[in-house]
Design a binder for this molecule. Structure first.
Ligand SMILES: Nc1ncnc2c1ncn2[C@@H]1O[C@H](COP(=O)(O)OP(=O)(O)OP(=O)(O)O)[C@@H](O)[C@H]1O
Length: 485
């Protein structure tokens, strides 16, 4: 029996190693590590008693087909597991088999073009990816001296984002918004516009969203011709909280392999990172931990950091991530939103007011920010135009009350010009999306930064406007005839 102990020790050690060859042997050797018995079942939480070879935290164990992850060690021999598949048919005393390793997922070229679940298993109806290497989904973030900061921009072709909240190549960008303000449409548009022009690979990770959206995305990726250099991972809202909590880590493990072992640039899109926090809170509740601020788990900050700190650029390659963030009840002071915000280099805030006025994408020009918006990175002209656009829109915001009470006529000529410019800018910053063609009926447009700057500059310089505001609504670049009069 001591031989078994040594073996399990060896397997656990190699499962945590980053050497691919060592890891390869894990799958083979992990067949006979420890046997336990189901002691207690409470919802998705299962207590298992092991007499020997007690599994460690994060180890994967199986009761028949039911996969569980060890979340806590209760006392000598008893471990508390979180079920990753429905607990249907599970009974007390049933045998539990420990694999001696955490979840291992296939990595490398073999996963490209595939739609997979948290275990790296196919959900696209095709055979399992033919990968030679698999890795544990629990990895440490790169050490500080390995990390690098880029100061280049990822052009998205979306006017409001490129102008006011430029996305950092190799950085993290959040798309914040309450329910139904257009986060999913925007992230799909970003895939459309950036994945095609992106030289490396793209990963899309769906966490806790609707399965219908996953299906639509799969189809759209095929139409855009980017599917063969994209991996899609899903832990949707119908799945167990443990799955929604871990699927982001599966995505990152694959992204890290492309970055570190293949030296590629990775575009990582996550919809929706709030659902990761929410799943963590559900797991925490199942484990019986006391809730903390606003009912969230006490481990909110560390859990989020364990995911976000891995999304980083190193000397070997960059991971550029764009994450949709659901903001509960439109409350931006919500602890989950506030914590996510602190990890990002750019945040695009979507406003309900703009969405209700039909100003899509509903980017709030005053609340959206980016550390890239400095003269040193974007250039003096871009910086000055962005500042002037913000100032004009802020002045218009201040004038709105007066206009509502006294009417536009009561404003001074200078203020009237500000209002005319601001209303045209607001409309010019809307844009028809390729991903919204089916419900908006408008043909999508991609606009270069140069065209966006030229358009805004022209509006800012105009003093008399002979045209209609509506001419600026849902267009791409400003056409030539719209010159100053
Ligand atoms: N760019 C756009 N152009 C036209 N309509 C849009 C656009 N973006 C969003 N919409 C409208 O808003 C609706 C909701 O968008 P979306 O599903 O992206 O919101 P969401 O913020 O992801 O919502 P949820 O939080 O429910 O997932 C769309 O179905 C569409 O009617």
């Amino acid at each position: 029996m001591s031989g078994m102990g040594e073996k399990s020790e060896q397997i656990s050690k190699s499962a945590r190693s980053t050497d691919p060859q060592e890891q390869e042997s894990v799958a083979l050797a992990s067949q006979c590590v420890g046997e336990g018995r189901v002691l207690k079942i409470r919802g998705g939480v299962v207590d298992v008693f092991f007499t020997e070879h007690i599994p460690r935290i994060h180890d994967l164990v199986y009761a028949g087909d039911l996969a569980m992850e060890v979340a806590a060690l209760l006392d000598q021999g008893t471990v508390r597991c979180i079920a990753l598949t429905p607990v249907r048919g599970l009974g007390l005393g049933m045998p539990v088999h420990a694999t001696g390793a955490p979840i291992q997922v296939p990595v490398g070229e073999a996963v490209l073009g595939r739609m997979l679940n948290v275990f790296g298993e196919p959900i696209d109806g095709k055979p399992a990816p033919n990968a030679t290497i698999s890795r544990s989904i629990h990895q440490a973030p790169p050490v500080l001296e390995e990390r690098v900061v880029h100061s280049t921009i990822l052009e998205t072709g979306i006017k409001a984002i490129d102008l006011l909240s430029p996305i950092e190549r190799g950085g993290k960008t959040g798309l914040f918004g309450g329910a139904g303000v257009g986060k999913t449409v925007l992230i799909t548009e970003l895939i459309n516009n950036t994945a095609q022009h992106h030289k490396g690979v793209s990963l899309f990770c769906g966490i806790g969203e609707r399965s219908r959206e996953a299906e639509e995305l799969y189809r759209e990726m095929g139409e855009a011709g980017v599917r063969d250099k994209t991996v899609m991972l899903f832990g949707q809202m119908s799945e167990a909280p443990g799955v929604r909590f871990l699927v982001g880590k599966t995505a990152l493990t694959m992204a890290e392999y492309f970055r570190d072992d293949l030296g590629q640039d990775v575009l990582l899109l996550i919809d929706n990172v709030f659902r990761f926090v929410q799943a963590g809170s559900e797991v925490s509740g199942l484990l019986g931990r006391m809730p903390s601020r606003v009912g969230y788990q006490p481990t909110l900050a560390t859990e989020l950091a364990s995911l976000q700190e891995r999304i980083t650029s190193t000397r070997k390659g960059a991971i550029t991530s764009i994450q949709a963030v659901y903001v509960p009840a439109d409350d931006f002071t919500d602890p989950a939103a506030a914590h996510i915000f602190s990890h990002l280099s750019a945040s695009v805030v979507l406003s309900r007011k703009r969405a209700s006025e039909g100003l899509y994408p509903a980017v709030d020009p005053l609340a959206s920010t980016s550390v890239m918006l400095t003269p040193a990175v974007v250039g003096q002209r871009h910086y000055d135009i962005a500042r002037a656009v913000r100032r004009t829109l802020a002045e218009y915001e201040e004038l709105r009350d007066i206009i509502a009470m006294l009417g536009l006529e009561e404003l001074s000529a200078a203020d009237r010009t500000v209002v005319a410019r601001a209303r045209r800018l607001e409309r010019f910053l809307t844009q028809p999306f390729f991903s919204a063609e089916s419900f908006s009926g408008e043909i999508g447009a991609r606009v270069s930064v140069a065209e966006t700057l030229a358009g805004c500059e022209r509006i800012l310089q105009q003093t008399k406007f002979a045209d209609d505001e509506i001419d600026y609504y849902m267009i791409g670049a400003l056409p030539e005839q719209k010159t100053a009069v």
